[in-house]
Design a protein around this ligand. Structure first.
Ligand SMILES: NC(=O)c1ccc[n+]([C@@H]2O[C@H](COP(=O)([O-])OP(=O)(O)OC[C@H]3O[C@@H](n4cnc5c(N)ncnc54)[C@H](OP(=O)(O)O)[C@@H]3O)[C@@H](O)[C@H]2O)c1
Length: 274
C-alpha cells in the first residue's frame, strides 16, 4: 500500500486526471496536491478528487507531496523544471512527459529518485500498458531505491499494467503501447468496415468487432496460450478462417503491423534525440 501521504500532480490535464482517478480508485486514502495553470482544471481536481491546490506556492506543494507526477506537455517541460529546480533536492519524481529522458530531468532535478513512465490513452480507464524506467546507477542505498521502485510500480499499477524496462527501450514502448493503441483502433475500424461490406450496418459491425477483440483478449489472458496456438485452433482445414488469413497475408498484414510499430518507435527515437 502507498503511504497515506499525498501524491503531487503538476499539470492536471487528461493524463494528470487519469492518474488521480486510478489512484483514488485503488488507494482511496490517497491525498492529492496539484499545481495547474488552467482554473477550470483546478476546479475539477478539487471537486472530483478533493485535491489541495498549491498553484503559485511551490514550497507548500513540495512539503505536501511525497511523490510528484510531472504531467505537463513536453514543450512545457523545460520551463517547469527550471521553476521547480530549487525545491527538488531529494524529492521523488515520476515523469510521464513523452520524449523527455531521465538525463534531461537530471539537469534540473537534484535527486536520484527519478522515474519515467510511458502510458497510453487507456490510462483513462485503468487499462494502459505502461513502460516504467528508473535512473540507472543512482547513488542511494538499494533498500531506499526498492521503496521508490515499489511506490512507482503501485502508481503505474493504478492506471494499468506496468512493464519495467531499461530507459533505452522507452521509444519502443512508445511505438508498441503509446501509438500501438491507435493501430488497434484502426484494426477494429477495418473489421467493422469489412462487416459493412458484407451487409451489416456500421454500428452493429463495430459492436461485433469490439466484442471480438474483447473476446480474443480474454481467451489469451485466461488460457495463457499464444495467439499462434489459437489461430491454428480456429482455422479448420479447408474452412472459412484460413481463407481470410490467406488474404491478410497476401496483403502483407503481419509485415505492415510490424513496420507500423517499428516506424512509430523510430519516430519516438528521433523525438528523443537518440
Ligand atoms: N495523452 C496521452 O495519451 C499520453 C500518453 C503518453 C504520455 N503522455 C504525456 O502526458 C503528458 C500530459 O499529457 P496530457 O494529454 O494530459 O496533456 P494536457 O491535457 O494538455 O495536460 C497538461 C496540463 O498541464 C498544464 N500545464 C502546463 N504547464 C504547466 C505548469 N508549468 N504548471 C502547471 N500546469 C501546467 C496545461 O495547461 P495549459 O493547457 O494552459 O498549458 C494542461 O492543463 C504529456 O507530457 C504527454 O507527453 C500523454
Amino acid at each position: 500500500m502507498l503511504p497515506m501521504e499525498s501524491i503531487g500532480i503538476i499539470g492536471f490535464g487528461n493524463m494528470g486526471e487519469a492518474f488521480a482517478a486510478g489512484l483514488k480508485d485503488k488507494f482511496p486514502q490517497t491525498a492529492f496536491a496539484v499545481v495547474e495553470k488552467l482554473p477550470s482544471r483546478v476546479t475539477i481536481a478539487k471537486d472530483r478528487y478533493n485535491a489541495l491546490d498549491f498553484t503559485g506556492d511551490w514550497e507548500k506543494f513540495f512539503s505536501h507531496a511525497r511523490v510528484v507526477i510531472l504531467a505537463v506537455k513536453p514543450q512545457d517541460a523545460e520551463s517547469l523544471l527550471r521553476e521547480i529546480s530549487n525545491y527538488s533536492e531529494g524529492k521523488r519524481f515520476v515523469s510521464i512527459m513523452a520524449g523527455k529522458q531521465i538525463s534531461f530531468l537530471q539537469k534540473y532535478l537534484h535527486t536520484p529518485y527519478l522515474s519515467r513512465f510511458m502510458p497510453n490513452l487507456a490510462a483513462m480507464y485503468g487499462k494502459a500498458a505502461i513502460g516504467v524506467a528508473f535512473l540507472e546507477g543512482a547513488a542511494i542505498p538499494s533498500s531506499e531505491m526498492e521503496v521508490f521502485r515499489s511506490e512507482c510500480l503501485q502508481i503505474a499499477g493504478a492506471v494499468g499494467k506496468p512493464i519495467q524496462i531499461p530507459e533505452r527501450l522507452m521509444p519502443m514502448m512508445t511505438g508498441l503501447s503509446g501509438s500501438g493503441i491507435a493501430f488497434v483502433f484502426q484494426f477494429i475500424h477495418s473489421m467493422a468496415l469489412g462487416g459493412v461490406k458484407t451487409g451489416l450496418g456500421y454500428s452493429a459491425a463495430l459492436e461485433t468487432a469490439v466484442q471480438v477483440v474483447e473476446g480474443a483478449i480474454e481467451v489469451l489472458q485466461r488460457s495463457g496460450e499464444s495467439p499462434s496456438t489459437w489461430i491454428t485452433r480456429v482455422a479448420s482445414p479447408g474452412g472459412t478462417t484460413i481463407e481470410g488469413l490467406q488474404v491478410l497475408e497476401e496483403s502483407a498484414f503481419t509485415a505492415a503491423v510490424m513496420q507500423a510499430v517499428e516506424a512509430a518507435s523510430r519516430r519516438a527515437e528521433e523525438l528523443e534525440g537518440v
